[in-house]
Design a protein around this ligand. Structure first.
Ligand SMILES: [Zn+2]
Length: 100
């Protein structure tokens, strides 16, 4: 799985921009990224059922830290204290394609 060419954080716009190639550059809201957390607390790993209630996410959520997990994923430390999500390139690309 190929990583994005560029990842940029826009704090004022409250988005992360992912550049995959010339045709796929997408800004994803912090809120949506938090909401799409793929960790076992947010998604039941056996059934795939979403466990996270979006109404519990603060509207003004932001990443306190963003870093790489190996060479296959991004991880965020969110302002609500949540930090267990490993956002693989595959997952992030699907999010970007779905957001077009
Ligand atoms: Zn999570």
């Amino acid at each position: 799985m190929t990583p994005p060419k560029n990842i940029r954080l826009f704090k004022d716009e409250k988005v992360v921009e992912f550049e995959w190639d010339e045709t796929l550059i997408k800004k994803i809201r912090f809120f949506d990224l938090r909401n799409l957390c793929p960790c076992a607390t947010c998604i039941n790993e056996f059934t795939g059922k979403k466990m996270l209630d979006p109404s519990t996410i603060p509207e003004d959520i932001f990443p306190k830290e963003m870093g790489f997990s190996g060479n296959y994923a991004l991880k965020f430390h969110w302002s609500d204290g949540h930090h267990t999500g490993i956002y693989t390139w595959d997952h992030l690309k699907k999010v970007c394609v779905a957001a077009l």
